[in-house]
Write a protein that binds this ligand. Structure first.
Ligand SMILES: [Zn+2]
Length: 319
């Protein structure tokens, strides 16, 4: 079976942190992504992070794009820093493709901090609306609450991306039906929750799901290999996983007869094109030929998924 890597497929890591201060081997990771046809959208989420992200875009203008926001876990910061980041984003609005990541995180426990977190979120959401830009949302544990606030402020006027989507099936459908996006990270490689979610959504939307689904690594976090630093080139694993799940769902949909009928038709076509001596051979090898066709279909599915995700991501962020 050919792998997607050999098919000239292009990928976009829709959310990563190449600007992360403690990232190890930054240049090496970026170059490995570029060598593997992976473009990156790096998300500054602090004042320093936004500045580093901008520097990376200057250095790799073709391969790195930038979003800027303020991470919900940075709730202990002085308002001065929060204001300065806000102003920095306003000033550099022409260099970014979205506002974010911003949002809510349930890791915060004190009520005062939760209130402050929501206040920061509302402030930056309003900025996104003013700039008329898509927003990258971080909403760990507060997926539904975040969407309530988003609808209240944006009135569904700007596009929303839930990065590292881990919400409910119902919320995913609501987002998609309203023209928004879920972004699935390398968590898909090891999380049964995410595999099931994609399986269920494919049952509803089929291939159309990938018109509203992005792929990301959130690197250096959520590595597919426990304990290792994640990197953007791993976004290919997310797309491969989409392909695997899609094929599984398709196989379940087609009953055995359906598949045999298709294979028989294809084999009969081959018979007509070949000389008659092949007739018996083809009959003998019917399951083998059928398998070959199935593999070609699986490869085509994977290519289609990758193309849909790539073009959608480009369109969404106007890259
Ligand atoms: Zn992130």
């Amino acid at each position: 079976m050919k792998m997607a890597d050999n098919m000239n497929i292009r990928y976009i890591d829709a959310h990563c942190h190449m600007e992360y201060r403690r990232l190890k081997n930054r240049e090496e990771l970026i170059n490995r992504a570029i060598d593997n046809n992976v473009e990156m959208i790096t998300s500054g989420e602090s004042l320093g992070g936004c500045k580093r992200a901008l520097d990376l875009k200057t250095k790799y203008p073709k391969d790195i794009n930038v979003t800027m926001g303020y991470h919900p876990s940075r709730v202990k910061s002085d308002w001065k820093v929060i204001e300065d980041t806000y102003k920095f984003i306003e000033k550099n609005q022409d260099s970014i493709v979205a506002v974010g990541e911003i949002g809510l995180d349930s890791g915060i426990t004190s009520q005062a901090d939760l209130d402050k977190q929501e206040k920061i979120f509302r402030k930056y959401l309003t900025l996104a609306k003013e700039l008329d830009m898509p927003v990258v949302i971080h909403a760990r544990g507060f997926e539904d609450k975040a969407y309530k606030i988003i609808r209240e402020i944006t009135k569904n006027d700007i596009k929303i991306v839930y990065h590292c989507f881990s919400g409910s099936n119902q919320l995913a459908r609501e987002l998609i039906d309203n023209g928004n996006y879920i972004s699935i990270s390398t968590q898909l490689c090891f999380s049964e929750y995410h595999k099931n979610l994609i399986k269920e959504l494919l049952g509803i939307y089929d291939m159309d799901l990938f018109n509203n689904t992005l792929s990301e690594t959130d690197s250096p976090f959520v590595s597919p290999i426990r304990g290792e630093q994640n990197e953007s080139s791993n976004v290919r694993l997310v797309v491969n996983e989409f392909g695997k799940i899609y094929n599984l769902v398709s196989d379940e949909k087609d009953n055995c007869n359906g598949i045999n009928n298709i294979n028989n038709k294809l084999d009969n076509k081959n018979n007509k094109n070949n000389n008659k001596n092949n007739y018996n051979d083809n009959n003998k090898n019917i399951s083998c030929n059928g398998m070959g066709n199935q593999i070609i279909n699986q490869d085509n599915n994977l290519i289609n998924i990758a193309k849909l995700i790539y073009s959608q991501t480009k369109r969404l962020f106007n890259i």
